[in-house]
Ligand binder design. Structure first.
Ligand code: 5GP
Length: 204
């Protein structure tokens, strides 16, 4: 399955996802491309693929993105080849993208599971963004305005998680993944039966 996880910036989706990924190494993850500047501590190829606007544009024209969007004046996109590679390896794959990206992925045949991580309130979101202090003041008000708009899109998602206590939000996302994996439509029944037979005691 493809799992789209969105949250307004500062909503804490990165913290939730890094915990979930640490606890389930089988999950695939696609590193997005962006034209924004790296924040202190961010590493190219790990946090994002940092591209120039020109390089990003060229890749758009080459059809290299599964989806892309302009967020806070920068471009962000999901490299199609990386998504295909992860899916071909049989991995359930997480896309950490914005609401515009979620809408685009929903238009494809990927039939994504979509989850939205909500901050407990706009006030707490503001505090989190201030504490991070990684953004210019002008950029921060843009992020807050954008957060308001993104939060209004919650009914478009399959699931909503309120990120009040990190451990609970992690458990919620894990429960969603666990339940989605048990959906009959995702099962290779022949394989399931084979495994089942192998696990039966001799003589049965
Ligand atoms: P940030 O600059 O704070 O890392 O990310 C800003 C926003 O861009 C977040 O909402 C994040 O989810 C979104 N974003 C990150 N990567 C992608 C992507 O590949 N595609 C889309 N559509 N949004 C992305």
């Amino acid at each position: 399955m493809v799992l789209v996880v969105s949250a307004p910036s500062g909503g804490g989706k990165h913290a939730v996802l890094s915990q979930v990924r640490k606890r389930d190494a089988s999950l695939g993850y696609v590193v997005s491309a962006t034209t924004r500047r790296p924040r202190p501590g961010e590493r190219g190829g790990v946090d994002y693929r940092f591209l120039t606007k020109e390089a990003f544009q060229t890749q758009i024209e080459a059809g290299a993105f599964a989806e892309w969007a302009e967020v806070h004046g920068n471009y962000y996109g999901t490299p199609l080849a990386d998504l295909q590679e992860s899916m071909a390896a049989g991995r359930d794959t997480v896309l950490e993208i914005d609401v515009q990206g979620m809408r685009q992925i929903k238009q494809t045949r990927l039939e994504p599971v979509t989850a939205f991580i909500m901050p407990p309130s706009l006030e707490i979101l503001r505090e989190r963004l201030e504490r991070r202090g990684a953004d210019e003041p002008s950029e921060m008000s843009l992020r807050l305005a954008n957060a308001r708009e993104e939060m209004a899109a919650w009914p478009e998602f399959d699931y909503v998680i309120v990120n009040d206590m990190l451990a609970e939000a992690v458990a919620d996302l894990e429960a969603i993944i666990r339940a989605e994996r048990r959906r009959t439509v995702r099962m290779d029944m022949e394989k399931e039966l084979e495994n089942h037979e192998n696990s039966l005691p001799r003589g049965f």
